[in-house]
Design a protein around this ligand. Structure first.
Ligand code: FAD
Length: 469
């Protein structure tokens, strides 16, 4: 498509004329469906929604936005939609139709469109005996996850997904399309790998993949009244843990709903899940201290690498949820006390999950080849969330989520991993001062009018309606 004549574009209808994809406005019958994303609690009300079909569509929207002084943001799935805030001055580009995936088996790289999800990528890689540094949920979008850093079940040995990126194709605020690599637009290439979605609208991403056909992985679940014992043991265990093990301790409260497996329905557990990229005998030796506590359910075994997307039991369908996270430096007795008082204590039982993701290993060491996020601060990131089918539930869950963050604040790491911040957060809570300064300089040079907005802006912006902390 040739560049639109932006001087003649004054209305959304004229923009529509230039698109291969679909533009939906509040006057259209499909408006509610268009603005509804994975997190059903996000009541998004943008100026319009564009389902882009190609990079030229995105370019047309960005040029239109610049000309008419509105802003643009992109979502593939909307898993982070609760962080985005007020969209009344913003056109939302949905990239879900840009879901092509091409594997270069010889180079061990994959090129994905901005709408690809991890489930699709993992399924394509499995027959070739390859894996990507995918997140725990098959439903999460590759681009949003990777722009924020990306923690996989291989993170403690292989580092952040953003460090595996080899090229980013994107539309800048000028409307121009660029390809950023270590050699072309190196500043931009640095910024997007961990700096979020503020620098342009990504149309495609290329990244390295790794040979792995199977892995020792699963979960151990114990009755929730053993939370103190299990979390204390987990703290001691992770203190000396081999980097080949990437795990998460959790408190889970399953609702008595038909979609929950019968074995778990209506019950509460404390547990540990994760993956150990080691031969069976070594993985079993590593797990011994946790298995010595004798779990009620133990699914750890050798599984196909593609099944890593199942062990965390993330919902694979849209849900209304409120969640938020905080990175912390330690999981010592005082932290476990504070956590249990706020989370396991949770009198209303509002929290479906409290996850304590173990960091460190390759995640804790600055990767010189990485981007804006070379590593994660802290030794754990605690993420809690609940389902909010009603406004009343939203108030209760938001309160419980905020109270977990508040209880852990004395042990907060220097900054928190942005992908687990699902409410409006100050930028200096997610990047260190030097990184933030560099990110802001790159952003200002590329987008002085702040046309492109990410979920987590680099400058302080008004709080989102869903903000809890
Ligand atoms: C159930 C669940 C499981 C999760 N598991 C993990 C996990 O294992 N590891 C982990 O690290 N994180 C995990 N997360 C967090 C997840 O990485 C973030 O929510 C991530 O932002 C989701 O990306 P998305 O594209 O699916 O979401 P979206 O909401 O669609 O996008 C998130 C943000 O990314 C940016 N963005 C998306 N597409 C583009 C684009 N084309 N151009 C420019 N910017 C763009 C925008 O700023 C957007 O607001 C999980 C979240 C949930 C809800």
């Amino acid at each position: 498509m040739s560049d639109p004549d932006i001087n003649s574009i004054t209305t959304l209808e004229e923009l529509d004329f230039d698109l291969v994809g679909t533009l939906v406005t509040p006057n259209d019958a499909g408006w509610d469906a268009a603005r509804t994303v994975w997190n059903l609690a996000a009541d998004q009300r943008p100026v319009a929604v564009v389902f882009a079909e190609d990079a030229a569509d995105i370019s047309a929207v960005v040029r239109f936005a610049t000309e008419t002084d509105v802003r643009v943001t992109a979502q593939s799935t909307g898993h982070l939609a609760m962080a985005v805030g007020d969209l009344s001055d913003t056109i939302l580009i949905r990239t879900s139709n840009l879901d092509t995936i091409a594997l270069d088996e010889r180079a061990r790289t994959v090129r994905v469109g901005a709408g690809a999800t991890w489930g699709l990528v993992s399924a394509m890689l499995a027959p070739a005996g390859l894996v990507a540094l995918a997140g725990s949920s098959p439903d999460v979008g590759v681009v949003g996850y990777t722009l924020g850093g990306g923690c996989s079940w291989l993170s403690r040995s292989r580092g952040l997904a953003s460090s595996a990126v080899t090229a980013v194709e994107m539309v800048l605020a000028s409307g121009d399309t660029v390809r950023a690599t270590a050699n072309e637009h190196p500043d931009l290439f640095w910024a997007v790998r961990g700096g979020g979605g503020s620098f342009g609208i990504v149309t495609a991403l290329e990244f390295s993949v790794f040979p792995l056909t199977d892995i020792y992985a699963g979960m151990l679940l114990f009755p929730v009244d053993r939370a103190r014992e299990v979390l204390d043991e987990y703290a001691a265990w992770t203190d000396r843990l081999d980097n080949r093990a990437t795990t998460c301790a959790r408190i889970l409260r399953f609702r008595p709903l038909p979609e929950v497996p019968e074995l778990l329905r209506g019950q509460s557990f404390v547990g540990v899940d994760g993956a150990i990229d080691a031969p069976d005998s070594e993985a079993e030796a590593l797990l011994k201290p946790l298995r010595a506590m004798v779990a009620s359910i133990d699914t750890f075994s050798r599984i196909p690498a593609a099944s890593l997307a199942e062990i965390h039991m993330d919902p694979t369908f849209p849900v209304p949820a409120i969640g938020d996270g905080i990175s912390i430096t330690t999981l010592d007795t005082a932290v476990v006390d504070a956590l249990l008082d706020s989370a396991a204590g949770d009198p209303a039982g509002a929290l479906l999950v409290v996850d304590i993701h173990h960091l460190g290993g390759a995640l804790g060491v600055a990767d010189p080849a990485g981007g804006a996020l070379t590593h994660l601060a802290g030794n754990f990131v605690v993420y809690s969330a609940g389902v909010v089918p009603s406004a009343e539930a939203a108030t209760v869950v938001a309160g419980a989520v905020a109270s977990v963050r508040e209880a852990l604040r004395p042990w907060a790491a220097a900054w928190t991993y942005s992908n687990f911040r699902e409410t409006t957060a100050e930028p200096d809570e997610m990047w260190d001062a030097a990184t933030l300064e560099q990110l802001r300089a790159i952003k200002f040079a590329l987008d002085p009018n702040n046309t492109i907005r990410g979920a987590h802006p680099l400058e302080t912006e008004p709080a989102s309606p869903g903000a809890t902390a």
